[in-house]
Write a protein that binds this ligand. Sequence first.
Ligand SMILES: N[C@@H](CCC(=O)N[C@@H](CS)C(=O)NCC(=O)O)C(=O)O
Length: 216
Amino acid sequence: MKPIITAFERSPDGGQGLARDTRVRWAFEEVGQPYNVRLVSFSAMKEPAHKAVHPFGQIPTYEEGDLALFESGAIVFHIAERHRGLLPVEANARARAITWIFAALNTVEPPILDRATTWISERKEPWCEQRLRLADDRIRGRLDDLSARLGNADWLDGEFSAGDLMMVSVLLRLRSSRILDEYPNLSAYVARGEGRPAYQRAFAAQLATNAGKPPA
Ligand SMILES: N[C@@H](CCC(=O)N[C@@H](CS)C(=O)NCC(=O)O)C(=O)O
């Protein structure tokens, strides 16, 4: 049975791959698990039928038989647990890779989201520029440390893992701000992630859904 995930019927980013179904599609592609996608409109996401699966009325969700999941981190972790290839077998290395999933979502993504939210909802306000500067400083604080930890390595802890998949997915959201350009090793890290055939397939699949549709 193929798992079914949900994605935007029309993504607000017009297919740049920033909606969180892309990270789930990427995980499926890395492990070779075929999947189906159910597209949902913004209004359908807030209906009881969707909220029965996702209490907060968002995407992505994951359904397989009688299992229903939400939260991209939980879904990617579930896929990584069920298949070989995204988490090391050795127990300590596996625990460290899982730690990087959490670090991406809990430590690196929040200031990046704060910047995005400021830009989307406050860009006409007189304080926007100042808010963005503060958000950028917080982001740089995280990137300084992440860049120092990554150093010259290809991936955060040995082989590519679900931790890298999540970290690259989170960092991709910074592209339009150009902040990533200040960190050559992180830019190269993101490019390595994007260059993976599995990412390319995931990106193409979400783009195919959004091609020709103006951003929501
Ligand atoms: N923490 C959640 C965030 C989910 C989320 O914000 N989804 C966005 C799309 S990327 C969404 O559904 N936005 C529409 C809305 O919140 O109404 C996750 O990682 O899955």
